[in-house]
Unconditional design. Structure first.
Length: 77
């Protein structure tokens, strides 16, 4: 998470909003203490990150072959 002072946030607010739109979370500090956070409206999740790749057909998954059944030990052994 990026930390910026109130003065810097005021000076670069538009650029900070662009970063937030890209998924970045930004902490606003006053005298070294966090007083506010800028965060995306919808938090990013793994599904969000991979959605575009999946939509483009970028994955070619194949199911693994079934393994042969294993013998199960009996209570008599």
């Amino acid at each position: 998470m990026k930390h910026v002072s109130v003065v810097e946030a005021r000076s670069h607010f538009s650029a900070l909003l662009t970063e937030v739109e890209a998924g970045e979370e930004i902490a606003i500090t006053r005298h070294g203490k966090v007083v506010a956070r800028l965060a995306p409206e919808h938090p990013r999740s793994a599904a969000d990150l991979f959605r575009a790749l999946a939509a483009d057909g970028g994955w070619d998954f194949e199911a693994p072959e079934d393994l042969p059944a294993e013998a199960v030990a009996s209570w008599d052994d």
